[in-house]
Design a protein. Sequence first.
Length: 254
Amino acid sequence: MSSGHAHKLYRPARTPVHALPPHCKIAAVLAFVLVVVATPREAVWAFALYALLIAAAAATARIPAGFLLRRLLVELPFVAFALLMPFVVPGEPVHVLGLPLSVPGLWGAWNVLAKGTLGVAASVVLASTTELRSLLLGLQRLRMPPLLVQIASFMIRYGDVVTDEMRRMRIARESRGFTARGVRHWGVLAKSAGALFIRSYERGERVHLAMVSRGYTGTMPVTDDAPATRTQWTHAATLPLAALAVCLTGWTLT
């Protein structure tokens, strides 16, 4: 898992957030998301405080606001789903700008948007401060099933290889004058997809044989065996503990 496979989400820097061990950050983000999900949707002020906590973490990690906001666009499908809820969820109606909207639907849309956005933002901060290789090592240290970690590792390692194979096949088709313009060309694209699957499968077999010949026995070695210190765990727990205090206050006041 070479560090050359850095994802475009990662932003290298020397900050306290970057310096934390990956498994500490993964555990902190997971705990933060669970606390956010457990917060009552009626505590609107609590979600504003959660957003401030995420903003503080991003500022500490030197993540520009524009970078963070652009990466939040990944949740647009959930936004579209949330916008439909006031129209399709049955319940007491309320008129907003002349449109009859469902009160339960409005609360449901707010619930999805607020909690989903905060969860995505926390994930973006995690991905922006941790290399993919380090994330996989963190999952190993958190006792994630080894098979799942290896699958994720190979997806990261060979995703670019398969993408490059697709690009070469596209160039080969276009060099022969092929351009997909309608349904009648779907057959050629289907054959290309089948050829890509066969090539990827054969490449996977060759890679597996090469790994076995080099001593692979079904598990990948952990190359970073340095345990996290108590201070590092304390720093990582700052975000979820602050969120937990907000959540408990929200349940008390609701």
